[in-house]
Design a protein. Structure first.
Length: 477
């Protein structure tokens, strides 16, 4: 069957995928008076809401409470029932935590549906594929096929956890990050394979929740894609808390053994645990969508190739989110979707600028970054001056017993424009915002230095770093 718009004057838009890239695009298209259909097979909100961002950060919220409890003894808090040891006085009921995680994810998904329907967006449950650039075929849950003609199509199908053939997940002992929320009790010993963002976040969280954690890293330092100073701080914290990090250790195989698992390393060593989390990246969900036949070019990794306004190589076909491989962040997916629809429907649009994207690793402490990086500066890609202030000298940090972390700012060697920054601190995801504003609006360090901050506050270190740069911080070429 074919669907026609209610008015021939309205543009028709079909969005394949209901994650942040898809539903944000649909809302923009509806606001621009298009006839919009969202085709979704896995639940509105996508992985970001149902199995990734919302669930993991909800779990991490509980882990943050446990970290605060653990460190509260230094602030004078006493637990009489445990003779001063908070970790024996306070326990986590993982079954309760995970039920809350799933409930919040479903509630957020329901909110997305209500918003789409309130804006007049048609939601079709089923699997969509391109028959040609301006036609989408959808097979619903009963096997009935529908066809939708459209002037613009957005592909926003996300990505899934990468699986190694020698370490197939069974959902009970060997797990992907989507399966962790089915656990009803803490693992006795959790082996996390992969030290990227996902691996580091879950290792940090489960350590705080009370599990014995081993992080298997193939690199010299955890978080190889992040600021090296920040990664060193995190490793220092990991060691102090008893979390074991195995560097230069590549996992080759995971096998079940009794009530546990054995991780075989490439050098012949083995690591035993009760559970294993495989956090070895993600693969785009682009197979079976008819993309190549419709003229949509894919990269060697299977990602959809897009330009800065989210266009693919097929006329009228756009793509957004993790399936594009641009930057695996929900905020970037949403922006790609919004930019795509504004461009497709003739609205004013600015191309995506990744230099203004702030990102956070939700470990404890958090690591937040924006703009140019230390590695790019060290490589001579931009001339900049750098100042790094340890949080240990910040009055508010001292009051809260915060001893790990720093604020680092980069500015142009001559222009003094703020080029980027790194914040390692509790709630760094919030503290990075003034740096993001400075980068996005090309503020100088003097602009930032002259702004008032509250005393005492952690954000005061951002202004102090700007003042030191204004007075002549060290130069790096």
């Amino acid at each position: 069957m074919s669907r026609s718009p209610s008015s021939s004057r309205r543009s028709r838009v079909v969005v394949i995928g209901g994650g942040p890239g898809g539903y944000e695009a649909a809302l923009v298209a509806a606001a621009l008076d298009a006839d919009v259909t969202v085709v979704d097979s896995d639940g509105l909100g996508g992985a970001a809401v149902l199995t990734d961002v919302v669930p993991s950060k909800t779990l991490i919220a509980t882990a943050e409470v446990m970290t605060e409890v653990d460190e509260s003894v230094e602030l004078g808090v006493r637990f009489s029932a445990s003779a001063g040891d908070p970790l024996t006085a306070v326990r986590v009921d993982l079954g309760v935590v995970n039920r809350r995680v799933k409930a919040l994810a479903l509630a957020q998904s329901a909110d997305v549906r209500r918003r789409l329907e309130a804006e007049g967006v048609r939601v079709v449950e089923g699997r969509g594929r391109l028959e040609r650039p301006n036609r989408v075929a959808v097979t619903d849950g009963t096997g009935v096929e529908h066809r939708f003609e459209a002037e613009a199509v957005l592909v926003a199908v996300g990505a899934s956890p990468r699986q190694l053939p020698a370490a197939p997940p069974d959902g009970e002992r060997v797990l992907t990050w989507k399966q962790l929320y089915d656990l009803d009790r803490l693992p006795d010993r959790l082996v996390v394979v992969g030290s990227g963002v996902t691996g580091a976040e879950f290792a940090s969280a489960y350590d705080a929740l009370g599990a014995d954690v081993v992080l298997v890293s193939s690199r010299d330092l955890v978080l190889p894609g992040e600021d090296p100073d920040a990664a060193e701080v995190l490793e220092t914290v990991f060691r102090r808390r008893g979390l074991e990090v195995m560097h230069r250790s590549r996992a080759e195989r995971v096998t079940l053994c009794g009530d546990g698992v054995v991780v075989q390393l490439a050098d012949g060593r083995t690591v035993e645990g009760s559970h294993c989390l495989m956090a070895v990246g993600a693969v785009p969900n682009t197979e079976g969508l008819g993309l190549a036949a419709a003229g949509v070019e894919l990269t060697a990794s299977g990602h959809v190739r897009v330009d800065r306004v989210s266009r693919t190589t097929a006329p009228g076909v756009y793509a957004a989110g993790d399936c594009t491989g641009v930057l695996a962040l929900a905020s970037v997916a949403a922006m790609q979707g919004r930019v795509a629809m504004r461009h497709a429907l003739g609205d004013a649009v600015a191309p995506l600028d990744l230099r203004t994207v702030a990102s956070t690793v939700f470990t404890s402490p958090e690591i937040a970054t924006v703009g140019w990086t230390q590695a790019e500066i060290d490589a001579g890609e931009v001339r900049a001056r750098v100042v790094k202030l340890p949080l240990a000298t910040n009055a508010r940090a001292k009051m809260h017993g915060v001893r790990d972390g720093f604020v680092k700012l980069f500015c142009g060697a001559r222009s003094e424009e703020v080029l980027g920054g790194v914040v390692v601190a509790p709630r760094a995801s919030e503290l990075i915002f003034p740096v993001t504003l400075a980068v996005a609006h090309r503020l100088t360090v003097d602009d930032v230095a002259r702004a008032f901050t509250v005393y005492p506050s952690l954000s005061g270190s951002v202004a102090e770093a700007a003042r030191r740069l204004h007075l002549g911080g060290p130069a790096t070429s």
